[in-house]
Design a protein around this ligand. Structure first.
Ligand code: SF4
Length: 687
């Protein structure tokens, strides 16, 4: 039997078949529109997750903080969670918090958001997708009135004559995506990559702009400056489809290429070459990823890129536009249905009275009972156990002890809680700190929908029975709601939850009301918005109008500013982070897969030969990377593909090589995205 499903990892959500023969589960090619049969090493090896010896198969609990975790029955585990919640609630409903994940299905994200608002009546729910693409979401909302990663299908990419790709190493993070770029290049299209590292993606580009970390915004304002002064602006498009260009033109007037060369390290000639490639293309795309977004000015940086795209007349035109390459498997859907502190299902705002009334009606409560917006992800984590912060936390499918910035502070805050419960498939670094651990079903053991980077809603079908002793997150949330005497209905069947989600999303920006499991299976996914069962879905947005009140896209004038932490004599090197081919996010899943462990079994520090010479280290020597917040230790990889003033670490490990022990927790004022991508460090050889 072969079951059509999708990879458990990134936002490309590659289609695959799972063939089940007795105990053996193998992965086979599936010709799905996003990946056309392609999978990366993570996808091909994903079946090993299903029978990992490290898989949790029974709830765990500890009797005291300093006691070891011991196996317990489900009834005891759930009662412990209810007691932990009730004890914390004696000081106020907001003393209980929920932290979700961008890998959860839409159904789980929806039910978790409902659980926080209806069963717990707490405003404090957010998720690790805040760390993923919230800056692009905020910039998309303020320019277009909607946030959907790509407003067009992946299959449009080959039609772009030029692509500006900022802060994405897709060749390693989502290799099957590169077939679309390859097709674009085969057509004669050009690719401009902006990245401090000459990554495998950058190596294949027409032009690589090796920018100083934290200076993308200045660079992009200079590109727009050049486009304006060289006649590259599409004046008709700007006049007919946008507002606010005059302010942006004034703002970028100060971004002389020579001045920006001094800020960014990108030469005037390179800047001009990039603009020439973009401006002479009849179709072009601007695509961003975490490199542009994970900064304390990430929203403004993406706004600068959207300004450039609008000035060139791209969004809404065939083969053209602006888009964000979402990272996590359901980073998109995870925030559309209520898992984010300020949102209700259907991408509704929690401070909108009409949205509150609609969702409260679906949930069978009074709108006044719905909490207000809560704290954003890092603010929530850093408030745990403080005088006015949450005393109890439920984490579902997230490994914040590894994935949050300034990880040692986050671990301290987790330790300061009165009660921590974690639901996961393995004993992640975060689960290992919990008072109660709830073992749940994963991926192929359960059904559910995901929304990929194109806004395509996909069906992940159950292919195998879960091991005895584990329960689905839907069952856990529903049972906790029942034990807490929550009002309303709490279905445990994924399709029943999806049907409720459809009703809750109806009329919202992300309207799923016309999408059904049957349609998803029959149509290779359905693009939102899809407001009725006879609506075809919306693969392309903005052809006629933007989702703003007047239908016009909005330019937003933005200014470059330095990173939260600049170099000085004590911390003279930039530090940046990212991913490697064989690992995914905090590594909680992929570190448990043998082939992936063998391919990438520990962190490393990528440094330039000049810095290696000054430190007197050779490949494989261990170095200590020290910031004002902490330090990480890992072997060096010496390469001239990185800038001489910058070091890079992947962030998939939680031990001494945990890159987030070093990263900065400065937040973007709009998106509340932490500044993962740049801080100041010193590097020391370890004796
Ligand atoms: Fe596809 Fe991403 Fe899975 Fe790789 S990790 S197979 S790119 S969905």
């Amino acid at each position: 039997m072969a079951v059509a499903t999708h990879c458990p990892y990134c936002a490309l959500q590659c289609g695959m078949h799972l063939r089940v023969a007795g105990e053996r589960v193998s992965i086979e090619r599936r010709d799905f529109p996003t990946n056309r049969g392609g999978l990366c090493q993570k996808g091909w090896t994903a079946a090993e997750l299903l029978d990992s010896p490290e898989r949790l198969r029974t709830p765990l609990a500890r009797d005291r903080r300093d006691a070891p975790l011991r196996p317990v029955g489900w009834d005891e585990a759930l009662e412990r969670v209810v007691t932990g919640i009730r004890d914390a609630q004696r000081s106020g409903r907001d003393r209980v918090a929920v932290f979700g994940g961008g890998g959860l299905t839409n159904e789980k994200a929806y039910l978790l958001g409902k659980f926080a608002r209806v069963a717990l009546r707490t405003p404090n729910i957010d998720y690790n997708g805040r760390f993923c693409m919230s800056s692009a979401a905020a910039a998309g909302n303020r320019a277009f009135g909607v946030d959907r990663g790509l407003p067009f299908p992946l299959s449009d990419i080959p039609a772009a004559d030029a692509i500006l790709l900022v802060g994405s190493n897709a060749a390693e993070t989502m290799p099957p995506f590169m077939q679309w770029i390859a097709a674009q290049r085969q057509r004669g299209g050009s690719l401009i990559v902006v990245d401090p590292r000459r990554t495998p993606t950058a190596r294949n580009a027409t032009l690589h702009l090796q920018v100083t970390p934290g200076t993308d915004l200045a660079l992009v304002n200079a590109l727009l400056h050049i486009a304006i002064t060289t006649g590259g602006v599409d004046a008709d498009y700007v006049a007919e489809r946008t507002t606010g260009f005059a302010d942006v033109r004034r703002a970028v007037a100060a971004y002389w290429p020579e001045r920006v060369e001094a800020i960014t390290g990108v030469t005037v000639a390179e800047q001009r070459a990039a603009v020439e490639l973009l401006a002479r293309a009849s179709t072009a795309m601007v695509l961003t990823a975490r490199g542009a977004e994970q900064h304390a000015k990430g929203t403004d940086t993406v706004s600068a890129l959207i300004n450039l795209a609008l000035a060139l007349g791209l969004p809404g035109r065939p083969g053209s536009g602006y888009g964000c390459l979402t990272g996590q498997g359901n980073g998109q859907g995870g925030r559309e249905h209520g898992q984010k502190a300020d949102q209700l299902p259907g991408y509704r705002r929690i401070d909108d009275p009409a949205a509150r009334a609609h969702v409260a009606h679906v949930w069978g409560i009074d709108p006044d009972e719905l909490p207000a917006a809560g704290r954003s992800a890092y603010e929530l984590l850093s408030s745990l156990g403080t005088a006015d912060g949450p005393r109890a936390l439920l984490v579902v499918g997230s490994n914040v002890a590894v994935s949050a910035p300034n990880a040692s502070r986050v671990r301290d805050r987790l330790a300061a809680l009165d009660f921590l419960a974690v639901s996961d498939i393995v004993l992640s670094e975060t689960a290992a700190l919990a008072d109660v651990v709830l073992p749940t079903t994963q991926w192929a053991e359960e059904g559910g929908t995901m929304t990929n980077l194109e806004g395509r809603v996909l069906l992940r079908s159950q292919a195998v029975a879960p091991p005895p002793g584990v329960r689905s997150d839907l069952e856990v949330i529903s049972e906790l709601a029942r034990r807490l005497n929550a009002p309303g209905t709490w279905p445990t069947d994924a399709e029943a939850v999806f049907d409720e989600l459809r009703t809750a999303s109806a009329g919202g920006i992300a309207d799923y009301s016309g999408i059904s499991y049957e349609r998803i299976a029959a149509e290779d996914g359905v693009f939102w918005p899809c407001p009725s069962s006879d609506h075809p879905g919306t693969p392309r947005l903005f052809a006629d109008a933007f989702a703003t009140p007047d239908g016009q896209a909005r330019f937003v004038a933005v200014e470059h500013r330095p990173a939260a932490e600049d170099l000085d004599a004590t911390y003279p090197v930039y530090f940046t982070t990212g991913r490697v081919l064989a690992q995914y996010q905090s590594g909680a899943q992929t570190r448990r897969v043998r082939a992936l462990r063998e391919a990438a079994d520990e962190a490393f520090v990528e440094i330039h030969p000049d810095l290696a010479g000054r430190l007197d280290v050779i490949d494989g020597d261990r170095v200590r990377v020290v910031s004002r917040r902490g330090e990480a230790v890992a072997p060096v990889r010496i390469t001239d593909t990185i800038r001489a003033d910058t070091v890079f670490m992947p962030f998939h490990w939680g031990d001494a090589g945990c890159a987030n022990l070093v990263t900065h927790d400065a937040l973007d004022p709009t998106s509340r995205m932490p500044e993962f991508k740049v801080c100041a460090v010193r590097v020391e050889a370890v004796a």
